[in-house]
Design a protein around this ligand. Sequence first.
Ligand SMILES: Nc1ncnc2c1ncn2[C@@H]1O[C@H](COP(=O)(O)OP(=O)(O)OP(=O)(O)O)[C@@H](O)[C@H]1O
Ligand SMILES: O=c1[nH]c(=O)c2[nH+]cn([C@@H]3O[C@H](COP(=O)(O)O)[C@@H](O)[C@H]3O)c2[nH]1
Ligand SMILES: NC(=O)CC[C@H](N)C(=O)O
Ligand SMILES: [Mg+2]
Length: 527
Amino acid sequence: MSDTPHLSDRPVLVVDFGAQYAQLIARRVREAKVFSEVVPSTMPAAEMLAKEPAAIILSGGPSSVYEEGAPSLDPALLEAGVPVFGMCYGFQAMVQALGGTVEKTGLSEYGSTPALVSDTESTLFNGQPSDQSVWMSHGDSATKAPDGMRVTAETSGAPVAAIEDDERRLYGVQWHPEVMHSTFGQRVLENFLLRGAGLSGEWTPHNVVESLVEQVKETVGDKRVLCALSGGVDSSVAAALVQRAVGDQLTCVFVDHGLLRAGEAEQVEQDFVEATGVDLVVVDAKEQFLGALAGVTDPEEKRKIIGREFIRVFEQAARDVVGSGAREGHPVEFLVQGTLYPDVVESGGGTGTANIKSHHNVGGLPDDLQFKLVEPLRLLFKDEVRQVGLELGVPEEIVWRQPFPGPGLGIRIVGEVTAENLEILRAADQIARRELSAAGLDREIWQCPVVLLADVRSVGVQGDGRTYGHPVVLRPVSSEDAMTADWTRVPYDVLAKISTRITNEVPDVNRVVLDVTSKPPGTIEWE
Ligand SMILES: Nc1ncnc2c1ncn2[C@@H]1O[C@H](COP(=O)(O)OP(=O)(O)OP(=O)(O)O)[C@@H](O)[C@H]1O
Ligand SMILES: O=c1[nH]c(=O)c2[nH+]cn([C@@H]3O[C@H](COP(=O)(O)O)[C@@H](O)[C@H]3O)c2[nH]1
Ligand SMILES: NC(=O)CC[C@H](N)C(=O)O
Ligand SMILES: [Mg+2]
């Protein structure tokens, strides 16, 4: 597996006690221009401290600290001289570990709650009003603060709602500052990071690029590298970064696996090469992929097959490029992929998270992988990758392109992936994309998968005759980083136009339906 890049010498560790969105805390820290990483609460304290964290944040979680078997907080973390900030469960664990009391008081608070800050000059609350709205989600409360800690805020259900100790640099709040509904949440977090922990907020795209370029140089040395390039945001940015680091040691490989959208292969071949001048090899592997997918309907099986065939194509490409180009004769050791943090987390490679689906470039990789992977963006979220791309001078049309999954239309056909089904889906998808673009919705919509329900048929009437065709699903979503998403409220007239055009122009489709599910509980793609 690839070495995980390090983006700062000293990360802020977010210790995940099973919070719904520990990733969100990490994002908020990064918004304060401080690098952060999530680690599971089960990681031994010594291992956490070996990362030399600049600060530690303890997340919320579903358990009660006084219950047997509740995730525990090793007091070593509080005694290491590292600044610590606890939130909700993390706060309660801290209170208990330091000798305070946490119990079920019967006064639970859920949702927006008024809080009264007693010291607006304290480390956490400096520069904020004494009355603020905070977002609560707790049934347990601290009833007695640990000795030596100041209580700086209270709510009606939580008499000890914030604690501070500047000497030991230990802080905590009962609420969730990472949630938007805590009106001064980001300020409280920044106060902890910048004032409490004394960090300087230097984690900017410019510095990230510099540090990643250095790391790629170090890893790759004078060896030759292939980059799996899809023309999408992530691999384009990864390619630009590696190109900056090792120049003509890089060859990009674009795989036409037959699961692409209309016009896509041509676009990558022309636009990308024109914009970046990279050395690009296009491999036509349509038959190979379709052959391997024949008869397969299970989503995970499809993903695994696609992941495997991708690598087989790269292996062949590696053998082919050795005998060509500026660095003839040098074998290829490394494969660059545009893998992002959410791909890793969702493939179950994160911190104790479940495997939701195997992303082709992570969980879908074959075991006998011959390459060493170089994945410089492995710890970044999409919006951060876009900033890095702009910093590297990647053209805006590419940086702001909507994501398209590597397995492509293969995971947008519920049923078997056949040439006929692909043709139907490609036609419907092209209409939807054109109409959404024409309506000026490209930036508002994160992406809009169009899904063919090949296993479903419904009765329709067209030209006075009966039809028995397939439905397609429109799945427009809005999102910040694809970890969560909401369905986009596309104007009815735009939806109507898409529906009319698809049913008129695409034979075999007699119904267009709209997916109005957020993520969670749905995911963005159907498979
Ligand atoms: N058709 C393809 N040819 C070569 N490599 C690909 C192809 N599709 C995907 N990949 C590889 O798989 C990685 C993950 O795909 P993914 O779709 O997440 O990223 P992307 O295409 O680079 O960006 P985006 O998320 O914006 O579509 C890519 O970064 C790239 O390395
Ligand atoms: O490169 C990829 N390989 C994959 O296997 C894959 N599966 C999902 N996606 C994209 O990831 C984001 C989240 O999708 P889900 O909500 O469906 O998990 C969305 O942007 C999806 O389009 C993939 N990208
Ligand atoms: N959101 C949380 O961290 C909740 C903590 C604890 N389970 C409580 O109910 O108080
Ligand atoms: Mg893509």
